[in-house]
Design a protein around this ligand. Structure first.
Ligand code: B1M
Length: 840
């Protein structure tokens, strides 16, 4: 029986660890394990065979790091290693005496690089890299693709797409989460399930990082939402540091098996082991679970859209979709799109997310612009500053295709309609990339004027979608809002069609609300009344302007009345906020041209859609906010504006550092994630690039040579760059070795330049040890040098303990120490261009 069917009918057993087994077999630190399928074929074959002999059904190839990037310098291509890997498992399967069904899983791990915008690797390059490996493994005879240990949803999507495009093998995919239940890039089980079920993998789940016990609560969560068979492959407990420095896993096979029995009882269908597990662990698991009857895999019917870090379910409490990123009738947005002013687009997104939108519509359709490129740019920009899921909105199928491909998550797609041509164009995209598609009740004959006509088109759309494997849960029907000024019964037809479609077809519904009032006075009032009626008729999601207080009031009031707001908590909170009371009064008598304040989000506060910084002075607040929100261009512009009348150091200390501290605290608390940290760092860098101009010194005799570096293992260089700029402004010549610098390189540079002062920066508790090693080497190889150290985690006491000569809590302290070392305490400081730098 094919594995796609088997996984629905019985428990299946994956193998256990490969890496830790190879270490035990003599793999040296730094040695590439994947080429062992070629260089040590007997060892690899024997290991696979041991897993088959233990009773496993699936052995995964020794190809976890098999990408062109990781194999560079080994002399082997990804194709060579993937083919050899498949060959070794097939040989082992043939040799093993076990009678169980046996399968070869082509194992695919992370590329080892961060994808853009977090890192440098373009999404399509990641797809291409995986494609090469998977195509070769499939050609060599793999039975399935196992994508595992993924901690970035975007990389996971790249791998699944590569598998889809290079072969038609079943795809199993697992991610690894931290103790907080989240991926490195912030996703949780909800976002992972949305993404992977959208991409139609055959089984999904969790591997690595946690021991089996810690995976039980996550399995429960998975079971509640997944309609796909679940895989659980934990480590043999949590690692501890062994005597030789390597990781040691203590959970014995019988203990591991006891918990895995519970894992199976709670609904996992594919059981395996990750780091630290052995054939003995898997034998014990198989013995402990083989009598169990697996729980059925149930279709949950959940309609979900997601971003990298947030999933929104449609069908319970009503969902609001922000309509402001659509150029129709918005001259300022048109101008921004034409001029490639993405910061304006991002600000529109942030304002709507802060006003409570759960999803943001993104439409970049304008005559004379390259819509596909602009849509992808706007989408990528929004995804780098917000975790609010997006509705990709375009009538241009090519633009939709490109955006859906590059979107990080499962998007909402606007739209398909009942025309055969539209369904032929859009459904294959939803089938391939995943998505929840808005379906308009119009067809070749136009928009039916009857309720039954719209119902019939909705039925046709659902039936045709099923032919593409698209389930009803991934369709949301729009019965179309027609303007009342053009036909008195228009609103009633829409509302009745909505009710009928909801009742008969049991499908979610959506409306663009504000169309109803075109050409009428008091549009806000008309829209709000229609909106409330539509919600009562069963509207699941509405495309509205969340910055409009009247609409938001209706959202909260209707939610409370329709029993979607327990104890009316959201309503009370909304109207208890003085800012919103003010907004209401403004709405009743709006003074011409007055911008109304956007209300704060209170309904469904899943995660904060956007971040705000604590206020200080006005100038500082704006710059801080831009950095916290990750608005790169704006941060640069604000830094420039702030330079008038202030010195650069004051701005760095008053805005840049507090903003980064704020983001860092959020990261530590788990309310912000790596993508947000990174975007804020980028915005801080862009501000600093401007501020740096303000601390440029004038030409003159050098005050001395300083070698500076961020230590090995640490990539934080913003602080180090500030120290460098300050030293240069005081006319020191700085040799900057960059970040992640090994001790040997620092010692070499110290001797090459003949410097008397080396500056080291480290920001993490884990990398201050690298600082200690560097100082020790400098004392040995360059004893003429003094060492100044700095960085957020350091203290004076610790600096002393690791042998540093001086601890600098900030950049100025480093400058003063450099002056002391070079005997120029009273050296004349070079004035900044705006004359603001302090003089000693
Ligand atoms: Co990361 N990061 N980060 N990060 N990051 C921290 C440091 C962290 C404290 C956040 C947190 O959890 N609260 C935490 C470390 C926890 C710990 O060890 N105790 C952390 C972590 C965990 C990580 C990752 C591991 C996250 C992950 O991948 N899971 C990862 C590590 C990657 C690696 O290094 N191997 C990571 C990645 C990143 C980004 C790439 C996203 C980005 C860095 C971008 C870049 O630098 N190019 C980033 C950022 C921005 C931060 C925070 C938010 C801000 C750091 C910063 O630039 N501060 C930070 C939290 C925080 O510090 N509040 C955090 C502003 C800067 C001006 O201050 O560097 O202290 P600072 O410099 C000051 C002084 O200290 C002094 O002068 C400067 C000016 O006054 N100074 C010196 C510094 N160096 C000096 C040298 C001197 C003299 C003075 O003499 C030579």
């Amino acid at each position: 029986m094919p594995i796609r069917d088997l996984v629905k009918n019985r428990l299946l057993y994956l193998d256990g660890a490969m890496g830790t087994m190879l270490q035990a077999a003599g793999l040296q630190p730094g040695e590439n394990p994947d080429i062992w399928s070629i260089t040590h074929p007997d060892t690899i074959r024997a290991l696979h065979r041991a897993y088959f002999d233990a009773g496993c059904n699936i052995a995964s190839t020794n190809t976890f790091g098999c990408t062109a990037y990781k194999l560079a310098g080994t002399g082997y291509s990804a194709g060579d290693v993937a083919s050899a890997g498949v060959g070794r498992v097939k040989e082992a399967a043939a040799q093993s005496g076990g009678t169980q069904p046996k399968f070869v899983a082509l194992d695919i791990g992370p590329t080892g690089q961060l994808l853009q915008p977090l890192g440098d690797l373009p999404f399509e390059d990641a797809v291409a890299m995986y494609y090469e490996t998977i195509a070769a493994g499939a050609a060599a005879g793999a039975d399935m693709v196992l994508i595992e240990t993924m901690s970035d949803s975007y990389e996971l999507k790249a791998a699944v797409l590569a598998a889809r495009e290079s072969c038609d093998l079943p795809i199993f995919a697992t991610v690894t989460v931290g103790a907080n239940g989240r991926l490195l890039t912030g996703g949780d089980v909800h976002t992972v399930v949305a993404l992977l079920e959208g991409l139609r993998v055959d089984a999904l789940g969790l591997n690595c990082s946690l021991g089996p016990q810690k995976m039980l609560p996550l399995l429960k969560e998975l079971r509640g939402i997944a309609s796909t068979p679940i895989i659980i492959t934990p480590n043999a407990g949590l690692p501890r540091e062994g005597e030789g420095g390597g990781a040691v896993y203590d959970t014995e096979p019988y203990e591991f098996a006891a918990v895995m029995r519970e894992v199976a009882r709670q609904g996992a269908r594919v059981l395996g082991g990750c780091c630290g597990t052995t054939p003995a662990h898997m034998r014990a698991v198989i013995e402990a679970t083989s009598g169990l009857c697996p729980l059925p895999v149930q279709e949950k019917g959940l309609s979900v859209v997601s971003s990298y870090g947030r999933a929104v379910t449609i069908g319970g409490a009503p969902v609001w979709i922000g309509e402001r990123i659509n150029p129709t009738g918005k001259p300022r947005l048109k101008q921004a799109l034409r001029q490639d002013d993405m910061d304006y687009v991002l600000q529109q997104g942030i304002a709507q997310a802060q006003a409570g939108a759960h999803i943001l519509d993104v439409n970049c359709g304008l005559p004379g612009i390259d819509e596909a490129t602009t849509l992808v740019k706007a989408m990528a920009g929004l995804q780098s500053v917000l975790d609010t899921p997006l509705q990709l909105d375009s009538a241009d199928v090519n633009a939709l295709a490109l955006a859906m491909r590059c979107y990080n998550g499962k998007p909402m797609v606007n739209s398909v309609n009942g025309k055969a041509e539209s369904m032929r164009a859009v459904f294959p995209l939803v089938q391939k990339y995943g998505g929840l598609v808005v379906a308009l009740t119009l067809d070749e004959t136009g928009i039916p004027e009857t309720i039954e006509g719209r119902l019939k088109i909705a039925e046709t759309i659902i039936t045709t979608a099923a032919e593409y494997g698209i389930k009803k849960k991934d369709i949301i029907i729009d019965p179309l809002t027609m303007t009342v000024s053009a036909g008195q019964k228009n609103a009633l037809i829409t509302l009745d069609a909505l009710r009928l479609i909801k009742e008969r077809l049991r499908v979610n519904t959506i409306l663009g609300v504000s169309n109803v009032s075109f050409g009428l006075p008091a549009r806000d009032s008309v829209n709000a009344a229609f909106f409330a009626m539509a919600l009562y008729a069963g509207l699941s999601a509405a495309i509205i302007n969340p910055n409009n207080p009247r609409m938001m009031e209706t959202c909260y009031a209707a939610s409370a009345l329709l029993n979607h707001d327990p104890q009316c908590g959201g309503l009370i909170k909304y109207f208890g906020d003085p800012a919103n009371m003010f907004a209401t009064q403004q709405a009743d008598t709006p003074p011409a041209g007055t911008a109304q304040k956007a209300p704060a989000p209170v309904i469904q506060p899943i995660l904060p859609g956007a971040r705000t910084a604590p206020a200080d002075t006005d100038m500082q607040k704006q710059l801080q906010d831009a950095i916290v929100k990750g608005l790169k261009t704006q941060a640069g512009q604000l830094a420039l504006a702030a330079m008038a009348g202030r010195d650069a150091l004051e701005i760095i200390n008053g805005a840049l550092i507090p903003a980064l501290n704020y983001v860092g605290e959020g990261f530590e608390k788990g309310s912000l994630f790596l993508p947000q940290l990174l975007m804020s760092a980028e915005a801080a860098k862009s501000a600093f690039a401007v501020l740096r101009e303000g601390v440029q010194g004038q030409e003159g005799e050098s005050a001395g040579e300083v070698v500076i570096a961020t230590v090995k293992g640490d990539v934080h260089d913003i602080g180090k760059n500030i120290v460098k700029a300050m030293l240069e402004s005081y006319r020191f010549h700085v040799t900057d070795l960059g970040k992640d610098v090994p001790p040997e390189q620092v010692a070499h540079a110290a001797n090459r330049t003949g410097t008397r002062l080396v500056g080291l920066s480290a920001l993490m508790t884990t990398t201050v040890t690298g600082m200690r090693d560097t100082i020790a080497l400098l004392k040995e190889k360059a004893p003429q040098c003094r060492v100044v150290v700095g960085g957020a985690v350091l203290t004076e006491a610790y600096a002393r303990e690791i042998g540093a000569d001086f601890y600098a809590p900030d950049a100025m302290a480093a400058v003063r120490y450099a002056q002391q070392v070079y005997g120029k305490e009273r050296a004349r400081a070079v004035k900044t261009q705006n004359g603001g730098l302090p003089t000693l």
